[in-house]
Design a protein around this ligand. Structure first.
Ligand SMILES: [Zn+2]
Length: 301
């Protein structure tokens, strides 16, 4: 080992002391475990894995001790809807109008310059710095959001299992059997949606929630989100047309409420069902919450 950080200098084995831009402090109580160096568009970056030994590995409560569950529905218009009606905004750091425009301009500037030229490198650096800025903003925001969620007075946080919902999967290619031509499959519309989804970075947010939850001895329950936004909370009727934008109106019994808050409540109920152990009835995924070690986390400079 032997990685050391001192103000604006970093010591790396084999390299020795180097000047670097110390963009963030190592939080109290953490020690450096390992370092990786990576070259990006605008320079060299070092990631350092830090460990807090005072935090035991995986300290979450057994499910039997969970009394209250918070449901958490991740979205795009709002980043998070909680089952207690609390909502958290999605600033769309890379897909808002202004950022999209800046990205487009900077990308254009790169492609207009001669390949291999100094000027091209300069504009590429500028573009890279803008990407980095977006990333930093999003990361900082997500820590705040994760903290807000985990700080609510509950023992457990129920989230949808993104591996099951597979939101980011590509649409299948559709081919016309007679002509052999490709048919519209909604891919281009989906492309925009995928971009918005990756801008929301749910999986990174979930990792932060898991990390903070484990630190506070709370449990994260991952549930199967199947039909969570289409199923009526009053009569159980499942229908795509139950949902009309932000509103949920059951086509069978007329029950209505805010669609995303309803989805968050359904996620909460499926989490509670897991706690009670009657998961079969609700089609809840049987897998245990993914184990995370909150002891270590990665910081990138
Ligand atoms: Zn109904």
């Amino acid at each position: 080992m032997g990685v050391k950080v001192k103000a604006s200098k970093i010591y790396l084995p084999k390299f020795g002391w180097m000047r670097f831009f110390n963009s963030r402090l190592i939080p109290d109580g953490f020690t450096i475990k390992a370092a990786t160096i990576r070259k990006r568009q605008d320079g060299w970056y070092v990631s350092i894995r830090i460990e807090d030994k005072s935090i035991p590995d995986y300290v979450s409560k057994p499910l039997a001790e969970v009394n209250s569950v918070l449901g958490c529905d991740l979205g795009i218009t709002k980043l998070v809807h909680l089952s207690d009606r609390y909502q958290i905004d999605n600033p769309k750091f890379s897909t808002n109008k202004k950022a999209k425009r800046t990205l487009k301009i900077r990308q254009k500037r790169v492609s207009k310059k001669v390949k291999g030229s100094k000027n091209r490198k300069k504009s590429a650096n500028k573009l890279g710095r803008f990407h980095k800025k977006i990333l930093d903003k999003r990361t900082a925001y997500q820590w705040g959001v994760a903290n807000k969620i985990v700080s609510r007075k509950v023992d457990a946080i129920a989230l949808e299992d993104l591996n099951i919902s597979g939101m980011l999967k590509r649409c299948k290619v559709k081919v016309d059997e007679n002509t052999g031509r490709f048919l519209k499959n909604g891919q281009s519309r989906k492309k925009g949606l995928n971009r918005a989804i990756s801008d929301a970075s749910w999986s990174e947010l979930i990792l932060k929630i898991e990390y903070l939850a484990a630190k506070q001895g709370k449990v994260v329950i991952k549930i199967n989100p199947k039909h969570s936004s289409q199923q009526c909370r009053n009569c159980g009727h499942i229908d795509k047309s139950n949902r009309d934008g932000e509103k949920f109106i059951c086509t069978q019994c007329g029950y209505h409420e805010h669609a995303d808050i309803g989805a968050a409540k359904t996620i909460r109920d499926r989490g509670s069902a897991r706690v009670r152990g009657d998961s079969a009835k609700l089609g809840v995924n049987h897998q245990n919450a993914q184990k995370v070690s909150p002891r270590t986390c990665v910081q990138t400079w």
